[in-house]
Design a protein around this ligand. Structure first.
Ligand code: HEM
Length: 485
């Protein structure tokens, strides 16, 4: 009975067009009815989105976006197109909501540690250590952060500015003499790493720096891995690397305590508190876990931002010329060959806007994850205890209601005051980036030396992003050739 031939089927409809029409009509009808049904059955405070199968949800789509050259944010971008600004999804067994606006961001930041906290990820705590700022509970966080903060205040960074400037000038000179193309990302990764190790522990020996860098990279790779101690896995390599790093840090601390060396640096400022009451000092495991945290949190972020500044300035010559003009006027106001001082950075008003615009557009940290500690509401939307709430910095930084022509690199947009929580590249609230000042001065010195000393050509214009990277970076690392001016 169901064995109708194609001919008979066609005879049921006067022509092919009718069949096509009926098919398209049915699909549209089913789509509209199911949409209307979802609207009727879900409350008006429900966040739209697809949770998919239990546990798995949309994990595969997320992983495939992460594994593409468009980058993992493409997963979020597509869902915004399908569901609107607010949407939810399920990944790795957890429900995630992406918070798309300043009002929502304010609510989450203002309730950090109260209604929200960073999600506990075992691999992260195992890799950077349980005493890391990224993992400790509220009370310890407040104490540890308070004690770590002083060396990162603007005033304390003046020695760092001088040292970093000297290091950068030497390296740029070498590249200029070589006259060859080099990859900015490789350059900036090594530069920021060496500068941080110098500032934190006065390490300058090349082979030791490279050993520590290799191990820090393994730790960083292990932070979001599956925590099984199986040889060959990212987790295993990260834990082994951590053991070696802790051994190195322990040796440095013991040399300092024996009085064999006492350079003026971050570590020494922590050890000077040895005789203080326990509430006013960090114990050794707190110092070591946070040395590792600072390197891991500071290197890749700052290096990626430096790379993006080169790319954006290359694409926007007007901004590059304006920046160069400002920086050359600073050079002219100083004796020849003088190094930069912290006070010089205060005259870099356009430079500071270039840094902000670079961070707005590059979104080195795409979103900031939190977990809801209780049932609550954000902007009227119901959030259940245990849901992951991601403050979507990228969506906020590209919102055309907050930034006119958001895809245009325009540092002068920061001439005007921004709406609160519309610029959140360094986060906000009790977890605001601890290295914010250091990152800003590093980028300003870099931009100063680059634009006042050189012009450059980008040698490969490919815009594909690196695969499997959680920090958006160009796949080619932005190769350039310098031309002295
Ligand atoms: C351009 C460079 C940088 C960017 C864009 C950046 C961004 C951020 C953001 C957005 C957060 C908050 C994340 C959240 O709320 O979940 C954060 C936290 C943090 N950053 Fe940075 N960062 C940069 C450079 C640095 C540097 C140079 C250091 C250290 C020397 C550093 C150390 C930290 C630490 C320790 C935290 C955790 C703070 C806490 O939980 O109390 N960052 N960073």
């Amino acid at each position: 009975m169901f064995n109708l031939s194609k001919k008979m089927l066609l005879s049921l409809a006067p022509n092919h067009y009718d069949i096509n029409f009926v098919a398209v009509f049915s699909v549209v009808f089913i789509f509209l009815v199911s949409k209307a049904w979802r609207r009727v059955t879900s409350g008006k405070n429900d966040i739209p989105g697809r949770l998919g199968l239990p546990y798995l949800g949309e994990t595969i789509s997320f992983l495939s976006a992460t594994n593409s050259t468009k980058g993992c944010y493409d997963f979020v971008r597509l869902r915004r197109l399908w569901y609107g600004k607010w949407f939810k999804t399920r990944m790795f067994g957890k429900i995630h909501v992406f918070v798309p606006n300043p009002e929502g961001a304010r609510m989450v930041f203002a309730n950090d540690f109260v209604h929200f906290n960073k999600g506990y990820v075992k691999s992260m705590a195992d890799a950077v250590g349980r005493k890391s700022l990224l993992c400790v509970p509220h009370e310890s966080h407040k104490r540890i952060r308070g004690l770590l903060s002083d060396p990162f205040s603007m005033n304390s960074l003046s020695k760092f500015v001088k040292k970093f400037d000297k290091m950068l000038c030497e390296r740029l000179k070498n590249l200029e003499e070589g006259g060859k193309s080099f990859v900015v990302l490789e350059f900036s990764m090594k530069l920021t790493f060496d500068a941080m190790c110098n500032m934190l522990m006065s390490i300058t020996e090349e082979s030791l720096l490279r050993d520590i860098e290799r191990d820090c990279t393994s730790v960083s790779n292990a932070m979001l891995s599956i925590p099984f101690m199986i040889p060959g896995t990212r987790y295993y390599k990260g834990i082994k690397a951590r053991e070696r790093l802790m051994e190195t840090f322990r040796e440095i601390i013991s040399r300092r305590r024996s009085g064999k060396e006492s350079p003026e640096d971050f570590l020494q400022s922590m050890l000077q508190r040895d005789s203080y009451p326990s509430s006013e000092k960090l114990d050794d495991s707190e110092i070591m876990d946070n040395l590792l945290t600072l390197i891991v949190a500071g290197q890749t972020t700052t290096a990626a931002a430096m790379m993006w500044s080169v790319k954006f300035l290359d694409e926007n010559r007007e901004a590059q010329d304006k920046l160069r003009e400002e920086q050359l006027s600073i050079t002219r106001s100083k004796p020849e060959g003088a190094s930069l001082a912290l006070e010089d950075l205060n005259s870099m008003s356009y430079g500071s806007k270039v840094v902000k615009e670079t961070l707005r557009m590059s979104n080195v940290l795409l979103w900031f994850p939190r977990v809801a500690l209780n049932d609550c509401k954000i902007e009227g939307f119901e959030i259940k205890k245990g849901w992951h709430v991601n403050i979507d910095a990228t969506c906020i930084h590209y919102d055309p209601d907050l930034y006119k022509d958001p895809r245009q690199f325009d540092p002068s947009r920061f001439d005007e005051m921004q709406k609160p929580y519309s610029f959140i590249a360094f986060g906000s609230g009790p977890r605001t980036c601890l290295g914010m000042n250091m990152a800003k001065v590093t980028m300003l010195v870099f931009l100063h030396r680059l634009t006042s000393g050189y012009k450059w050509t980008v040698d490969d214009l490919d815009v594909c992003l690196e695969k499997k990277a959680h920090i958006p970076r160009l796949r080619n690392g932005c190769p350039i050739t310098l031309k002295p001016i």
